[in-house]
Design a protein around this ligand. Structure first.
Ligand code: EPU
Length: 363
């Protein structure tokens, strides 16, 4: 690593900046500590005709080649809580894009702000949360998001849009479409409650809560009582730790593919043959969502390993880097997995992870 122009570093290995831990170099690298430094950084990159990549926690990206431009590591921090002027029970939490997501969840829990506990242990930064509308165990960011502030590279100005304008849907948002390449998220504002009951409708979460209450000895742990946000947080952490590999130990980016949506007729056809195939409701009665993990497992990939690239043994939707796998090797494996699911179930799996450059997936 050596110093480049201004405060930039050059030829920086990004292995430690992404959760997959694959080696790829940034031609230039800068860390953004202050919002007002952003326009100058971007101007300098434009002057040199360099593409720009914003890295948050690096937990949803797979680099398959060196990045030929400027990587900006989002390091803006700060959390502000204020009462919601529209509701006595609610508080507005504004968190800077570089805040670690799980640390924000813990901060809210400590301050009796209910609503994020189901989203515990999701790796990555707060600024990345709206991009893919992070979701887990029955809660999505869209349930609590109020607004997003971002710097627009076209107007060179800071804009604020409402959650509705973010066009959030399952693992999707405006930041993956019309604002892709233009918006750099600076902060998000969430609306949380002081007294609300946590959401416990996800079956695996209910089971984990039941299990922890049965094994608990405290007199307060009656099976019929409503679990506290802390208990939900603990249960979510326990489920995630039992199924999902810790990126500090085993490189990964969580779910590699989105859960696919198929027509109801397609789903019923598959369920006649595979009676144990779970399916979930969607916004439309004509479609169903299927667990990609189930399809991948049934196609025989769970626990598969080739070199240092593998399919996790506890969760078939997670691809893992056992050490020295390259981005290209992981993409090759992902393409083989997707091809066999296509062949077996006539379903196209789409990556949920941001593969860079994107053309590698379709090559
Ligand atoms: N399943 C299998 N084999 C496996 C794992 C799961 O057949 O190896 C089946 C399970 O039996 C279950 C179903 O698949 O019926 C769903 O499994 P799970 O509850 O683990 O959730 P998922 O659909 O695989 C999604 C999210 C996760 C999130 C969990 C919990 C996507 C792409 N992934 O996974 O998000 O934590 O639900 O809400 O929607 C992430 O995005 O990185 C992520 C981890």
């Amino acid at each position: 690593m050596s110093a480049g122009p201004g405060s930039w570093l050059s030829h920086v290995d990004l292995a430690g900046f992404t959760s997959f831990g694959v080696s790829a170099r940034a031609r230039f690298f800068a860390s953004l500590q202050q919002e007002d430094e952003l326009p100058t950084l971007l101007q300098e990159a434009d002057d040199k005709d360099l593409p720009v990549l914003i890295l948050g926690g690096g937990s949803n990206v797979l680099l398959t080649a060196d990045f030929p431009g400027l990587v900006i590591q989002m390091a803006l921090t700060g959390i502000v809580v204020r009462p919601d002027p529209l509701s006595a029970e609610h508080f507005l939490v504004t968190a800077a894009a570089g805040e670690n997501w799980h640390a924000l969840v813990e901060f809210c829990l400590r301050n009796q702000l209910v609503g994020l506990e189901n989203l515990a242990l999701i790796p990555g930064s707060t600024g990345a949360a709206p991009v893919q509308n992070i979701g887990a165990y029955g809660v999505e960011l869209s349930d609590v998001l109020v607004s997003v502030r971002y710097f627009d590279r076209r107007t060179q100005q800071v804009h604020q849009i409402t959650a509705e304008q973010c066009e959030l849907s399952y693992r999707d948002s405006i930041f993956k479409h019309s604002l892709k390449h233009h918006a750099i998220i600076l902060s998000v504002c969430l609306r949380l409650s002081k007294g609300a009951a946590p959401v416990i409708n996800y079956p695996a979460l209910q089971q984990a809560l039941l299990h922890s209450r049965r094994s608990a000895t405290q007199p307060t742990s009656q099976p019929t009582s409503q679990p506290t946000p802390q208990q939900v947080f603990d249960a979510v952490c326990a489920i995630r730790r039992s199924k999902l590999p810790d990126p500090q130990v085993l490189g990964n980016a969580g779910s590699f593919f989105r859960n696919p949506q198929v027509t109801l007729a397609h789903c019923e056809r598959l369920q006649r043959e595979w009676t144990d195939l779970p399916s979930y409701k969607t916004d439309s009665e004509l479609t169903r969502k299927l667990p990609a993990a189930w399809l991948i497992e049934k196609a025989g990939w769970k626990g598969y390993r080739t070199g240092d690239a593998g399919v996790h043994a506890q969760q078939a939707l997670v691809l893992v880097n056992y050490g020295e796998a390259t981005g290209v090797q992981l993409v090759d494996l992902a393409r083989k997995v997707a091809a066999s699911v296509q062949q077996r179930f006539d379903i196209t799996l789409e990556p949920e992870v941001n593969i860079l450059p994107a053309s590698v997936w379709h090559a």
